[in-house]
Design a protein around this ligand. Structure first.
Ligand SMILES: NC(=O)c1ccc[n+]([C@@H]2O[C@H](COP(=O)([O-])OP(=O)(O)OC[C@H]3O[C@@H](n4cnc5c(N)ncnc54)[C@H](OP(=O)(O)O)[C@@H]3O)[C@@H](O)[C@H]2O)c1
Length: 189
């Protein structure tokens, strides 16, 4: 799985998001129930057992999220367990979890001074606003994009208005539930 060596500090930032076929990560009203509804079974696809999924999640050292994703995750049921989680916000938010710390300020400083010295496998898990900021600052080493078999037509657009940038395809996995995961490493400048 570890095909990218990450940045020069030895840590790696992976952007991981689930997108609709037409590039949205949530409906306009923030609804993400479409994530749960697969299409018809894709027989040639693979599936992952709960044990394999749990073992994989254990390899993640830290999650990074924007405040809207944080607030929505608290509402829906916290999916990040006790893994250290950094929430980026300019507001004073109440701390609902021991594993959560809040950060406000420059994102390059966050990565260089707070994350890279402490964690190797860092997962940036949304939302769109924070991911776009990380991408535009060149702070993402790997993109793992899970495409759900659904068109939403409207909503929170994952990539917004990005500038042209090449990424290197490293892996493609098709799942039995019709989802496809595309993995890319950052291109050389
Ligand atoms: N499909 C998926 O895989 C997936 C994954 C994650 C989230 N989502 C969904 O996406 C939606 C949220 O995404 P979103 O794009 O609206 O919001 P978001 O990126 O989660 O959060 C945006 C907030 O993060 C803070 N922020 C972002 N950049 C910052 C910076 N440079 N400095 C300081 N603070 C910064 C700001 O917080 P303050 O306003 O507090 O200052 C900003 O309002 C939710 O519906 C969530 O459920 C879907």
């Amino acid at each position: 799985m570890a095909y990218s060596e990450g940045n020069t500090t030895g840590s790696k930032i992976t952007l991981h998001m689930v997108s609709s076929l037409d590039g949205f990560i949530a409906k306009k009203d923030n609804n993400v129930s479409w994530l749960e509804s697969p299409g018809s079974v894709y027989e040639a696809g693979v599936s992952i057992s709960p044990e394999e999924a749990a073992a994989f999640v254990k390899t993640i050292d830290c999650y990074v999220l924007g405040s809207r994703t944080y607030e929505h995750a608290l509402e829906l049921g916290w999916p990040y367990g006790d893994t250290p989680t950094v929430v980026v916000t300019g507001r004073k938010l109440p701390s609902a979890k021991k594993s959560v710390e809040f950060y406000s300020g420059d994102l390059k400083t966050l990565v260089e001074e707070k994350l890279a010295p402490r964690y190797r496998n860092i997962w940036l898990v949304g939302g769109a606003m924070l991911c776009q900021r990380f991408l535009s600052l060149g702070l993402v080493d790997e993109i793992r994009l899970m495409i759900a078999p659904v068109l939403l037509g409207d909503g929170v657009w994952l990539f917004g208005s990005m500038t042209e940038e090449r990424w290197n395809l490293k892996n493609v996995v098709a799942y039995k539930n019709g989802f496809v995961e595309l993995s890319y490493s950052a291109g050389t400048a």
